[in-house]
Design a protein around this ligand. Structure first.
Ligand code: SF4
Length: 475
């Protein structure tokens, strides 16, 4: 059986695309490889939103050259935003890449995988123990989110591709094109199919997800969420990333009426300076953003709001930055993804006078410190409580621990209970049928919380059955 390894950079849109590729590959007869050196086909799903992601993608392509040298039968495929934007340059810079597919060519990529699976050479290669251990050591890395025993529990459903808003820093509309909304029927059918395959949580994904409109009937995002939530068996619903300007009172009322809605909304602010928001072409002012925050808090009490913030955007003055810093210190956000502005050729902001790296870095550190304090306080409130969280898998840092995510998207780490056993098939893990964990929180950190698993449940609404505790050796 041929095998495929998929490595993903960037946003949830790319993660959703990687899962689609994995599913097309599986239906064409591929096994998902957990290590790149075990694969016949290696897919790199790239991102170009930041320069660092672009550099890392080219770095990985160069790394993978060793695979091709050791075994010319291996196919290396690049997809994602960088593939869309740099198709020609990539052929020059990485001539060992076998195929490049843009973000709108995933179906073609699926067809090509099926063709390759037919070729007998792959079957021959699959039987051979063909890569030496030095290669395994040299390549490193891990595939994201498509192989583990629990990834089917949290399903991404793409509702829309592209974006028509043209924020002046953003490459997405240039690379992925303008809005292309999927029909409601296709979205609901996919959600239903995911639930039938064991999904407990559906994440609706779009670059500006709440701008979605049904191309035929005109239903809006609130209507869509209500319809998906009505699917029998759906336990939790979430979405990413909404645009602040597209949250109407009607949409928020619709969301507030959905019992399965997760208690976290990601609301990208980018800057709290009106002057910068204008230069960024964000289409809202700080006070309009604040109105959305207030509406979320009053209609959905207890909902955590998280955000994205850019520092060092061209023209950002100390006063602009102080406005952002002070807003963050006000404690609005449970968490924030903070970035130093990354110049993207082809966007308007790339032509403007840049803030020096030293100044941007200094502001970045101050902003991260401020948000970390707020985030830590948010996590502190969970200490001493038992929280319910959906299992995510092994802790990346410590194989004796597991990780889980609460409905407000906080990472929880806990020692694996004694009845945790090794994997037995992709969905055969003993915790896969009872993936909701009750975890007694013992400590809070900036990254999340740590605790002990005390119970587990099959359904979100079920009471948890106690989990056997480890025997403590006092001698
Ligand atoms: S809303 Fe702005 S930041 Fe978001 S994808 Fe569209 S152009 Fe990019």
């Amino acid at each position: 059986m041929p095998s495929i390894y998929i490595e993903t950079f960037g946003c949830q849109m790319n993660e959703a695309d990687s899962r689609y590729i994995a599913e097309r590959a599986a239906s064409a007869g591929y096994r998902i490889a957990e290590a790149v050196e075990d694969a016949n086909v290696v897919v790199l799903n790239t991102c170009t939103v930041r320069e660092s992601a672009e550099r890392r993608a080219y770095g990985r392509m160069n790394h993978f050259k060793a695979l091709k040298t050791a075994d010319p039968g291996v196919r290396l495929v690049v997809t994602g935003c960088l593939a869309e934007q740099e198709r020609d340059a990539m052929r020059r810079r990485a001539p060992h890449v076998d195929a490049v597919f843009g973000t709108r060519e995933l179906a073609l990529l699926g067809d090509r995988l099926a063709d390759w699976a037919q070729e007998s050479a792959l079957d021959v290669l699959a039987e051979r123990d063909r890569r030496d251990s030095m290669l395994r050591f040299a390549l490193g890395g891990s595939a994201d989110g498509v192989t583990d025993a629990f990834s089917h529990l949290r399903a991404f459903v793409t509702v829309q591709r592209g974006c028509s808003y043209y924020c002046t820093f953003c490459i997405v509309p240039h690379v992925r094109g303008r809005f292309d909304h999927r029909p409601q029927r296709a979205i609901v059918d996919e959600a239903r199919a995911r639930i039938a395959k064991g999904a407990r949580e559906i994440m609706l994904v779009g670059q500006t997800v709440n701008a979605w409109r049904d191309p035929a009937g005109g239903a809006d995002f609130g209507d869509l969420c209500k319809t998906v939530a009505n699917e029998p068996g759906l336990e939790r619903l979430t979405f990413i990333s909404p645009h602040p300007k597209d949250f109407t009172h009607k949409a928020l009322d619709d969301l507030a009426g959905i019992p399965q809605l997760n208690s976290r909304i990601h609301l990208p602010l980018q800057s709290a300076s009106d002057a910068l928001l204008r230069r960024m072409n964000r289409k809202y002012t700080l006070s309009q953003f604040d109105c959305v925050v207030d509406a979320i808090k009053s209609k959905m009490p207890g909902t955590a709001i998280t955000t994205d913030i850019i520092v060092g955007f061209p023209g950002e003055t100390e006063d602009d930055f102080e406005a952002t810093l002070s807003y963050v210190r006000g404690g609005v956000f449970a968490n924030a993804y903070t970035f130093i502005y990354s110049m993207r050729q082809g966007t308007p902001a790339a032509r403007w006078e840049q803030v020096s790296h030293e100044v941007a870095h200094d502001r970045f550190v101050r902003l991260v410190d401020a948000q970390n304090e707020v985030t830590r306080r948010y996590h502190d409130c969970k200490v001493g409580r038992v929280v319910r969280a959906l299992i995510a898998g092994d802790s990346k840092k410590d194989a004796t621990r597991l990780t889980a995510k609460t409905t407000d998207n906080v990472t929880i780490v806990a020692p694996k209970p004694p009845d945790w056993a090794s994997r037995n098939g992709v969905q055969g893990h003993p915790y896969a049928p009872t993936p909701w964990l009750d975890i007694a929180i013992e400590s809070a950190h900036v990254w999340g919380c740590a605790g002990a698993v005390v119970a587990r449940a099959e359904r979100f609404a079920d009471a948890g059955a106690p989990v056997k505790q480890p025997v403590v050796d006092l001698i």
